[in-house]
Design a protein. Structure first.
Lengths: 847, 471
């Protein structure tokens, strides 16, 4: 049965989820309650992408149908985690004057209005007392679901949890390894659970550690994971009504691996394959626990679930949040109110009528990424005749880019989409013979690579490399230490000079045979221009500026790249989009559809290096001679804008000079090459003239949108259901990594250990790490990312927004349940969407 | 004619590093950046001084210097003994430490533990320099113990994680055992030879060798020295503390795998005239080294995380080095020590680049003959040249075996054979058997490091009074 089928089935049976306890399980029928629990786990566990394609994910992505506060309660009843900052943090904010009593009072009133059941009993005076006096102590004992190993460890002071998680890590890493081990697991081709079951029957580790009889226990387990889970739950005497939260607790006990397996299941689903690995992982974890619970020394019953658990699992625990949680929530709302007021004050000064249209010399389309905001502002300040636009950085080109000499590539499009065509990389501007010759040489040198690795790693030969080849590392160490500026060479292009590398580019002719048909080209071109709102008044030069980070020795490189391009550079997307829009045939067809691009308009791809704020113009040899003088001018502007942006960044990074900014991108010992999207707090959907000249401090996503050009709300719907959701994922990832770096972040970079070439461990073992490293949100003294839920401001009327909200359930969940806040920007008025699904006028208090 | 300035610079750097290493931590919390710069400069200056001295040693053989600090009431003097073996150690550790110090000035910049780290690094480096410069077994033991203390302070620089504490405990136990073994050997040496000064000691051993009448204690001394070296260099059965060190920050890991691990090997090479008197000690060394090399390299093949692979590789490399020592191929061992240090420092510091350097092609493809042979020839030529250089440098420091076959010949033969077996023969033969029952079992056991960490863990927990499992 495929996962989709099982989900349908569980939906069908969801009405009678309150089966009487100990209902006899029918042997043939899959237990509907169990299937329901499985699909609940599938939904709640967020996927974790491998390092090479890392994209941000909202760690609560499966809980957005609950309110934020409810999700917090639910999660903290299942694992040791927190979605709200500590009291100490808010106290400091309050004592430093970042939060005022007025703001707290306003936030309190808002919370009482939105959730009267919860906050009705919390008087403001009690809240202020909680904040300023130390009388209220946070509860120590956590009344929650826990695994057997946790319960035993707490009771006996043992370290079973560590041993079990390490063993699961050892096994999962071997199973999913993408090329680190030379001798790889013999069970890589079978499902996770089967592989584990066979390997564990051979492994003596748990027996030696004192889990006597584990090998035979595993041998007696069912070979079918769902069956095994059911048997194990029965052995553990878990009441059926607890199955769903208990299984989720089990999954969270190895949260990293659950998330990675969840990603793989998701991938299999899109490829139409069945994948039961997540259920397998549950069976694996439960097997250790049940074997542990059966040890003679363990006293039963173990405290595995909260004593007062309300069993209505659909809604999570129904109990009231504690004063501590309530108060921290109100303060979180107050902190967000503080930022919101500041932003709205800025926006209130915006002109209400659009300026008269004048043809700009240059239009630059940037990614919505918060780092673009700085460069956009600076480039606009350099010259008058420049207009900038914001759009998702994949430029609507859902492509898979296949690097030179490789047979498969990576998806350069948002994680929610699948690539629609493939673009192979080739050597442009070279005659066929030379290209062929280089291809041959490249293939030969690539063939030698695995040989070099075999040679380096095979048991016997490894021994003398140190003696014979060790010397060559003296030079490498010296150059890295003295200059500090040598890149680790990318093996793929070893021995290539810069000249040759500059010829590499997308092969659009070959792409025609890989899905990029004439119709698709036209569809993409039109879709991009319409979604961008750029259908008239084209400038002479339109730059499509993707972005990518330039860092070295950094496993988390992809977190600094373009999220809209699946954690890769936006370079190929910009080049493909430029080539399509410059195609005369496409322009003729576009003209027929009402978009007339002037003959003297040239689309030029570019790449914004977010680490150094240098903009590299691409495909310059293709630019017609008539535009050469424009290019010279543009290059000067970009240099100046880059310099201004680096100055601004220098303040933020405490860098002394520009040279330090460049050093950061090349230094192998740098753990903070750039701040990435840290600080992100708002998402503004409006024409640029509404926000031009305003300094948002690199904290806002800016998306172009003109309500007037969108009569059917198609564009608005696509922005709110795609770009805005991506913004929420990024925002929540930063939020959670800052609020609870242990549960949702990936820990300290200085002891990161890359495992299987797809993930990161903290040192020796432990669970796979998810989220962002501590260094991405923390600068050594204080948080660099102030955790705020995303504030979305859309320049459109309330009724249009409401139409989209009603049409799109995921959007409705996000904005109504407090995962972000939505503001309709009508002229000079602001209306906020509330948890009661109503609009409320948001007054702007002037300073 | 000896040029004394570099020697003075080296000793001054060492003393300065010692001074930094014992300053109370609260005095330098505010200035960890300057501290980093200072340690880097001191390490680089030691390295360059050592290279300059090395040129002279190549010419004159051994440099000895004595500073008499006082004659009365007790004669106190500081004496250094610099030969080829000392140069190899001095250059490799100070170079590696310099690279690590520079790396850490940025890498740990935002970390609360940075000042502690530099203090520990400083102490460890100074201790290792003292060890390398020592002119007597007593001084060597002092450097040995100080290295252990320095390393301990590095390992606890980032406290808070239970696994780290546990791993540090295991290492501390092994280290104390090594100290005890070395001190016993020191006492026994004094009893046997009446001196612990290297020149006199080595004079006596070469006389003894000619007279063919060995005092009763020599075998015991050799075995004790070898055992001490095995603890410090993480050799079987004392090896399991090394892979557990992965918890520590990358620069500490690099210093451990590229520097501190060599201390045991240095002891063996330095004391080779004494150890060579005891066939039992040599056999023990060879056996333990071989077991470690096999366990380490087989385990390494199955490891899935980069740092663990590298730690297993260190085990294998140092095991191989010990085998070379056991076969009395001390020049080859010395060469291996230097090469491994720089290679391993680079590999660990750049361990974050796994994704940048990985290839798109699979790992275990059948290699092309021509290229394998080409690489092999190149490696052999490079090796012979380097061997001659080191041999020339260390000629006066290590005993030359009396056997008829040249050591270089034997070593080269081992290389060539293992080369072809390793890269040409094993992969294609092993591939079809990968799914066999015994191969699967072997894979699982190798993945688990043959469970050798568990007894060590039990012992540590028992000594520290911590429960291992439920009981």
């Amino acid at each position: 049965m495929s996962a989709t089928q099982s989900r349908k089935r569980s939906l069908a049976t969801s009405k009678n989820n309150r089966l009487p306890l100990n209902a006899p399980a029918c042997a043939d029928e899959r237990d509907s309650l169990l299937e329901q629990a499985f699909s609940h786990v599938q939904v709640v566990i967020p996927p974790l992408w491998p390092l090479a394609d890392y994209v941000a994910v909202n760690p609560c992505v499966g809980l957005t149908d609950r309110s934020f506060l409810n999700a917090h309660l639910y999660l903290s009843s299942l694992r040791d985690c927190d979605l709200l900052m500590s009291r100490d943090y808010f106290r400091t904010r309050y004592s430093e004057g970042h939060l005022t009593a007025d703001q707290i009072a306003a936030a309190h009133a808002r919370c009482v209005f939105e959730y009267p059941d919860v906050f009705g009993q919390l008087p403001l005076s009690q809240l202020m007392k909680w904040l300023t006096e130390s009388a209220f102590e946070t509860p120590v004992r956590q009344n929650r679901f826990r695994t057997v190993a946790d319960a035993v460890d707490e009771c006996q002071g043992s370290t079973w949890s560590n041993h079990i998680i390490s063993d699961i890590t050892r096994h999962c890493a071997a199973h999913f390894d993408e090329g680190q081990a030379t001798w790889s697991s013999p069970w890589k081709d079978v499902p996770l659970y089967t592989a584990w079951r066979e390997a564990t029957q051979l492994s003596r580790r748990m027996d030696l550690l004192g889990l006597k009889g584990f090998q035979s226990f595993v041998a007696n387990l069912s070979a079918v994971p769902r069956r095994a889970v059911q048997d194990l739950l029965t052995l553990l005497e878990v009441p059926k009504s607890h199955w769903q939260p208990f299984l989720l607790c089990v999954a969270f006990s190895v949260a990293g691996w659950s998330s990675y397996v969840r990603y793989r299941v998701r991938k299999s689903e899109t490829e139409g394959q069945e994948n039961d690995d997540l259920i397998g992982l549950l069976a694996i974890r439960l097997a250790y626990d049940v074997a542990l619970a059966r040890l003679p020394g363990v006293t039963r019953p173990l405290p595995l679930w909260p004593t007062d658990a309300d069993l209505n699992c659909d809604q999570g625990p129904a109990g009231q949040p504690s004063v501590d949680v309530q108060a921290r929530y109100v303060l979180q709302v107050a902190a967000e109110g503080n930022y919101r007021q500041g932003l709205l004050r800025q926006l209130a000064s915006s002109p209400e009528a659009s300026p008269t249209l004048k043809r700009p010399l240059l239009q630059m389309v940037f990614c919505i990424d918060v780092r673009s905001e700085v460069l956009r502002r600076n480039i606009e300040s350099v010259a008058d005749s420049i207009e900038t636009l914001g759009f998702a950085g994949s430029f609507g080109m859902p492509l898979e880019y296949i690097p030179f000499g490789a047979t498969e590539g990576a998806a350069h499009c948002p994680a929610l989409l699948r690539p629609r065509f493939q673009v192979p990389e080739t050597l442009l501007d070279l005659d066929a013979d030379s290209a062929h010759r280089i291809d041959d040489e490249h293939t030969t040198s690539q063939d030698a690579r695995p040989l070099w690795k075999t040679f380096r790693t095979t048991a016997a030969s490894y021994l003398k490399i140190a003696s014979s080849f060790g010397w060559r590392y003296v030079g490498k160490l010296l150059s890295k230490s003295v200059h500090g500026n040598r890149h680790v060479s990318h093996n793929r292009l070893d021995g290539w000079d810069d000249q040759l590398k500059s010829y590499l580019g997308p092969d659009l002719i070959a792409a025609r045979n890989h899905g990029l048909t004439e119709e698709l080209r036209l569809e993409l071109a039109e879709g991009m221009l319409r979604n961008l709102g750029l259908t008239s008044n084209f400038a002479r030069v339109v730059i499509l500026c993707g972005h990518g980070a330039d860092v070295t020795n950094n496993p988390y490189r992809a977190t600094l790249n373009c999220g809209a391009c699946g954690g890769h550079s936006g370079k190929p997307n910009a080049r493909v989009a430029g080539a399509i829009l410059n195609d005369p045939q496409i322009r003729i067809s576009l003209n027929a559809r009402g978009i007339s691009i002037p003959a003297d308009t040239w689309f030029l791809p570019a790449l914004h290096n977010t680490t150094t704020d240098v903009v590299e113009l691409l495909d310059l040899p293709l630019v017609p001679p008539s535009h050469q003088s424009d290019i010279t001018k543009i290059e000067d502007w970009l240099r100046e804008a880059g310099r201004l942006s680096r100055n601004e960044r220098g303040l933020r990074m405490a860098s002394t000079d520009e040279a330090d900014i460049f050093r950061r991108s090349r230094d192998w010992s740098e753990v903070q090459p750039e701040w990435g999207l840290a600080g992100n707090a708002a998402f503004i959907v409006a024409p640029r003239w509404r926000t031009v000249g305003m300094n948002f401090g690199g904290r806002t996503f800016l998306h172009n949108y003109s309500r007037g050009l969108d009569p059917e709300l198609k564009v608005l719907e696509s922005i709110m259901s795609a770009a805005m959701v991506v913004g929420n994922w990024i925002n929540m990832q930063y939020y959670a990594s800052a609020v609870d770096p242990v549960a949702f972040g990936s820990g300290n970079k200085i002891s990161h250990n890359v495992v299987g070439q797809f993930g990161v461990l903290q040192g020796h073992g432990g669970d796979l790490k998810t989220g962002l490293p501590w260094q991405s949100v923390y600068d050594g003294n204080r948080l660099k990312h102030e955790p705020l839920r995303l504030l979305v401001v859309i320049d459109a009327d309330r009724s249009s927004l409401q139409q989209v909200i009603e049409r799109q359930k995921p959007v409705r969940d996000l904005v109504t349940n407090g995962w972000m806040s939505l503001i309709a920007w009508e002229g000079s008025d602001f209306y906020r969407w509330t948890a009661q699904a109503t609009w409320q006028m948001e007054s702007v208090v002037s300073d | 004619m000896v040029f004394w300035l570099p020697v003075a610079l080296l000793i001054a750097s060492m003393l300065a590093l010692f001074a930094v290493g014992i300053v109370p931590i609260r005095l330098m919390k505010q200035s960890s950046q300057d501290l980093g710069r200072l340690v880097t400069v001191l390490a680089w200056s030691s390295a360059s001084a050592a290279i300059t001295i090395g040129v002279q040693v190549a010419a004159v053989g051994v440099i000895e210097a004595t500073w008499t600090l006082s004659n009365r009431p007790l004669p106190v003097s500081f004496k250094v003994h610099i030969d080829g073996v000392a140069i190899a150690m001095l250059v490799s550790i100070s170079f590696v430490a310099g690279v690590i110090a520079r790396f850490s000035s940025i890498y740990l910049r935002k970390d609360a533990a940075q000042a502690r780290f530099f203090r520990g690094l400083s102490l460890t480096l100074a201790a290792m320099l003292l060890l390398a410069l020592s002119s007597s077994l007593l001084m060597l033991a002092g450097g040995w113990i100080a290295t252990g203390i320095g390393l301990q302070s590095l390992l606890t620089a980032c406290p808070g994680r239970t696994v780290t504490t546990w791993a540090a405990r295991k290492r501390a136990l092994t280290s104390r055992l090594g100290d005890a073994l070395l001190i016993t050997a020191l006492a026994l040496t004094y009893q046997c030879f009446g001196t612990v000064e290297f020149p006199e000691l080595f004079q006596q051993t070469s006389d003894l060798l000619q007279s063919n009448r060995l005092p009763a204690g020599t075998a015991a001394i050799g075995v004790l020295l070898v055992l001490a070296a095995l603890t410090k260099s993480a050799q079987f059965p004392f090896h399991s503390w090394l892979p557990a060190m992965i918890e520590t920050p990358t620069p500490v890991l690099a210093l451990l795998n590229a520097g501190v691990i060599n201390v045991g090997a240095f002891l063996v090479i330095r004391m080779s005239p004494v150890i060579s008197l005891s066939p039992m000690a040599l056999s023990l060394l060879t056996l333990s080294g071989a077991v470690t090399a096999i366990v380490g390299s087989v385990t390494m093949l199955t490891q899935t995380s980069i740092k663990r692979s590298l730690a297993c590789s260190t085990l294998a490399q140092i095991g191989f080095l010990m085998v070379l020592c056991g076969l009395e191929a001390y020049t080859a061992a010395l060469l291996h020590l230097i090469g491994h240090s720089v290679y391993k420092a680079f590999a660990i510091l750049s361990s974050g680049s796994v994704l940048e350097t990985r290839t798109t092609v699979g790992a275990l493809d059948y290699p092309a003959w021509s290229r394998t042979v080409g690489h092999g020839m190149l490696a052999i030529v490079g090796y012979v040249v380097a061997y001659q250089l080191v041999d020339r440098l260390a000629a006066n420091a290590i005993p030359q075996p009396a056997g008829s076959l040249s050591t270089l010949g034997i070593v080269l033969a081992i290389f060539v054979v293992s080369w072809f077996v390793g890269t040409i023969v094993i992969p294609p033969i092993a591939k079809p058997f990968a799914q066999h029952r015994w191969a699967r079992a072997a894979y699982v056991h190798a993945l688990n490091g043959f469970y050798l960490d568990i007894p060590a863990r039990r012992l540590t927990d028992w000594i520290y009074g911590q429960p291992l499992g439920a009981r």
